[in-house]
Design a protein around this ligand. Structure first.
Ligand code: C5P
Length: 398
């Protein structure tokens, strides 16, 4: 079976007899490495108990939109952003109809509208209901909106009928979900990224640095692997595990980061500068620990090399993507940076909610204009950003 390592799957259960299969489905997701949160409609709780789903997923089950206690744990918008995939299984005829109309009258339907993540459905209903023109028309609309439709299977039904309408089996369903994450739109590409902060030594025990956690770069690296790329991540000091199949090169200072970048960037198709590189470093780094004698102390700082500009001005440059964390005039400053640094694409976000946070809102800025990406988890947004890059690759200079 394909991997779902670290994927956040929001399993939405609606009120059909196939709901009992969701216990097995949740177990398979977890076995494949996913984190699972369950949202049930009221009708679903008639078929399977929330306690069963809670015990299997180790997370509280969400049921009501207006549940103050659940909102205090993880609010519905937060839940929509947490998900890398929302799977509705089983999806009843009624729920599919409500999705088609964009209803938001319970928690699950609201989450579907709010999420930036892909949505998949596993229809399950009586064969007559499945064959009905209304259901088929709804499915067509959902398909046009990029909702993934898994199943249904044909065979004997709980009501005794025989025909199409059985929910596809949990094993096939979990495999179909895993395949969604292994699309390969960057197959054959080498992606080089910088990530995390840099540290600029003052003496052997002190340094200048910033709050960058490296989470965005690490999420992009993991998603680039999932999209089929070969990935090299040049990382400043962070406390994150290396994502699977990523080649990580550890550096400390901006100058080390530049050297490591220049060593490898000639082989890159795409360079993404995510690192929060220290703009300045102490002119001299003391060899011995500086003693505290005087009441004041002055440090002279000198400018660090601009890594991304250096790459973007190479004769044989890859497709170069920068990040800009701004506290004001996001678009204006972003556009200036795109031009000044000679970038192909720039992802701008608000610095105050960027560092160390798990959710991000990003605006994509290119020479053609700007476009906001639906806010979501760093992993979901990372995937959307890589798709933005992939779409523009034919125009790249390499
Ligand atoms: O100029 P500013 O630091 O806001 O630009 C941010 C972008 O430039 C990021 O992509 C960052 O990784 C990159 N950068 C760099 N080298 C520097 C400073 C920033 O590569 N010295």
């Amino acid at each position: 079976m394909l991997s779902l390592t670290n994927k956040h799957i929001l399993l939405g259960i609606t009120g059909g007899i196939a709901a009992y299969k969701c216990a097995e489905l949740a177990r398979l997701f977890i076995k494949a490495g996913a984190q699972v949160r369950v949202v049930m409609t009221r009708a679903a709780t008639e078929f399977v108990t929330p306690l069963t789903m809670q015990a299997l997923t180790s997370n509280r089950v969400h049921i009501d939109l207006l549940d103050a206690e659940a909102e205090a744990g993880m609010g519905h918008i937060e839940l929509a952003r947490w998900a890398d995939l929302i799977l509705i299984a089983p999806a009843t005829a009624d729920f599919l109809a409500r999705m088609t109309h964009g209803r938001a009258d319970d928690l699950l339907s609201t989450l579907i509208l709010a999420t930036p993540a892909p949505v998949a459905v596993a229809p399950a209903m009586n064969q007559g209901m499945w064959a009905d023109a209304a259901t088929q028309a709804n499915l067509q609309v959902l398909g046009q909106r990029q909702v993934h439709i898994f199943g249904p299977d044909s065979g004997e039904q709980a009501c005794g009928d025989v025909g199409a309408g059985r929910m596809i089996e949990p094993l096939a369903l979990s495999a179909a979900c895993a395949e969604l994450f292994a699309t390969g739109f960057l197959a054959g590409k080498h992606v080089v990224l910088t990530g995390g902060p840099t540290r600029e030594a003052i003496d052997p025990v002190r340094f200048l640095s910033n709050h960058s956690s490296g989470k965005m770069a690490y999420a992009l690296a993991a998603e680039a692997v999932a999209a089929g790329a070969r990935v090299t991540l040049i990382s400043g000091p962070v406390s994150l595990p290396t994502p699977k199949d990523v080649t990580r090169i550890d550096v400390v200072s901006a100058r080390q980061m530049l050297d490591a970048t220049l060593d490898i960037v000639g082989e890159a198709d795409i360079f993404i500068g995510v690192a929060a590189v220290a703009d300045y470093r102490p002119e001299d780094s003391a060899i011995e620990k500086i003693k505290k004698h005087a009441d004041t102390m002055q440090l002279t700082l000198v400018k660090n090399p601009d890594i991304i500009s250096t790459v973007a001005n190479l004769a044989d440059k890859p497709f170069v993507v920068g990040f800009a964390a701004e506290t004001e005039k996001l678009i204006e400053h972003g556009k200036e940076k795109l031009q000044k640094k000679n970038l192909d694409l720039l992802f701008a976000n608000n610095a105050t909610d960027t560092f160390n946070s798990d959710a991000v809102a990003v605006t994509v800025i290119s020479a053609d204009g700007e476009q906001a990406i639906k806010p979501g988890s760093k992993q979901t947004v990372a995937r959307l950003l890589l798709q933005e890059i992939a779409q523009r690759l034919p125009a790249a200079k390499k």
